[in-house]
Design a protein around this ligand. Structure first.
Ligand SMILES: Nc1nc2c(ncn2[C@@H]2O[C@H](COP(=O)(O)OP(=O)(O)O)[C@@H](O)[C@H]2O)c(=O)[nH]1
Ligand SMILES: [Mg+2]
Ligand SMILES: [Zn+2]
Ligand SMILES: [Zn+2]
Length: 405
């Protein structure tokens, strides 16, 4: 079995994890006659994610890599050296985040990149709702999708749920400063499970894949201060580039712009991303980047009035349990002409020149324009439009969901 099958970047810290050499956490269930291990602050978690919660001890099992008759294998269980209790809680050796059950050597890492105010936080919060066990995507595919937190104060789960509740119950948009400080360095990790048939890794009765999103600001990617974003992007298997429609030259007069911090031109963001991806893939100057990139126009609700009712841009996503290739291609073409009409030829040209596999999308997390100045969403509430589509495309590219059309 090739070595690389066991190695994949940690969904929380992006360092490579060798699944044959993971750490474990004691479950606090000692063998008969042994005292319970005490809970303590985990120094690695404190250092890596500022986590001050008390945990049962973490340990590295002895005899890390065992060569058996069948070859090298992955540790799924270990015995606590102190209390001799068995545990199946696997940890990333670098950051001590809990490794999701279905995490495997082929678990994808997806990047979400966009300039400030492009709508990343709102989109991720709404995506959380769309992907939830009873949400439309899980129902559409008959799958179970769960959010995994590496620890109680790890991952964006807690923060994103708060963002979602604020929007649903109080019609409030996330605060910009808070968003920048609190959400920036924490990835969102989902585990997507399919019952038996289909592709993927087999875990018990499920085939499962784990994917991680990192919310990276695009404008600073080229500079060193964004080291983590760069590390992350270098490790990704696919990226979603979220672009604000109001940042295109011909939309600068839109009333919405007055109340938004539109700062970075789409080309500038794309340039920074391209530079990092080229470096990551070692792409020669005359070759195109292979990694699939979903180029997504957010806030598309604000432009519904400019296209006919029957336009593919306004039509809702398919309800069928496969990725609809024809539908997606038609949205791609229509978004392409829209971007051109906004003065985005430069962007499209640069995509053609640098990317072997990119696809255009248009989505709206809110579904209706908010009151930008008051930071309140429309009284009709959330009406997400095509929010999961870029992710579904990336999953289809990986062969995890089927495509047709
Ligand atoms: N019309 C419209 N505006 C949106 C939508 N999503 C976000 N916005 C606007 O964009 C602003 C920035 O969104 P946010 O998610 O905080 O951007 P981030 O900086 O990329 O995380 C919000 O405060 C809203 O005013 C949407 O789906 N439709
Ligand atoms: Mg944000
Ligand atoms: Zn890690
Ligand atoms: Zn123990």
């Amino acid at each position: 079995m090739p070595l690389l099958d066991h190695v994949a970047p940690c969904p929380y810290c992006y360092n490579d994890i060798d699944l044959r050499a993971v750490d474990f956490r004691c479950l606090g269930r000692p063998a008969p006659g042994r005292p319970v291990c005490p809970k303590q602050v985990d120094p690695i978690r404190r250092r890596k994610s500022g986590d001050l919660n008390a945990y049962y001890p973490a340990f590295t099992p002895p005899g890390l890599t065992v060569v058996s008759g069948r070859g090298l294998f992955e540790h799924r269980r270990a015995k606590c050296p102190r209390c001799f209790g068995e545990t199946g809680i696997r940890l990333c050796p670098q950051c001590h985040s809990r490794i999701p059950e279905g995490f495997a050597g082929d678990s994808p890492l997806f990047g979400l990149v966009g300039p400030r105010s492009a709508g990343k936080t709102v989109m991720l919060a709404v995506l959380l709702r769309e992907l939830a066990t009873n949400g439309p995507v899980a129902r559409r595919f008959g799958h179970v999708i769960t959010l995994c937190d590496g620890g109680p104060s790890d991952g964006q789960g807690v923060d994103l749920r708060a963002v979602l509740t604020n929007m649903e119950d109080h019609r409030l948009l996330p605060d910009q400063t808070l968003a920048a400080n609190e959400h920036s360095n924490k990835p969102v990790v989902f585990e997507w499970k399919i019952q038996r048939e289909g592709l993927g890794k087999v875990i018990g009765d499920y085939k499962s894949t784990v994917f991680s999103f990192y919310d990276a600001a695009g404008e600073g990617l080229a500079s060193d201060e964004r080291a983590l974003s760069r590390t992350y992007l270098l490790a990704t298997d696919g990226a979603i580039l979220l672009l604000d429609p109001f940042s295109f030259p011909n939309n600068s007069g839109a009333p919405a712009v007055a109340n938004q911090q539109v700062e970075t031109a789409p080309e500038v963001v794309l340039q920074a991303v391209t530079q990092v991806l080229r470096q990551g893939e070692g792409t020669k100057a005359n070759r195109r980047i292979k990694q699939p990139v979903a180029v997504v126009i957010s806030k598309i609700d604000a432009f519904f009035g400019n296209v006919g009712q029957a336009s593919p841009i306004r039509r809702p996503s398919s309800k069928l349990s496969f990725f609809d290739e024809a539908e997606s291609a038609s949205v791609h073409d229509h978004i392409g002409s829209m971007v051109r009409s906004w003065g985005g030829e430069g962007l499209l040209g640069s995509l053609d020149m640098n990317y072997a596999n990119y696809r255009l999308f248009g989505l709206s997390a809110l579904g209706h324009e908010p009151d930008y100045a008051a930071r309140r969403i429309d009284p009709r509430g959330l009406a997400p439009h095509r929010v999961a589509e870029p992710l579904l495309w990336l999953m289809a590219e990986r062969g995890f969901i089927q495509r047709q059309g």
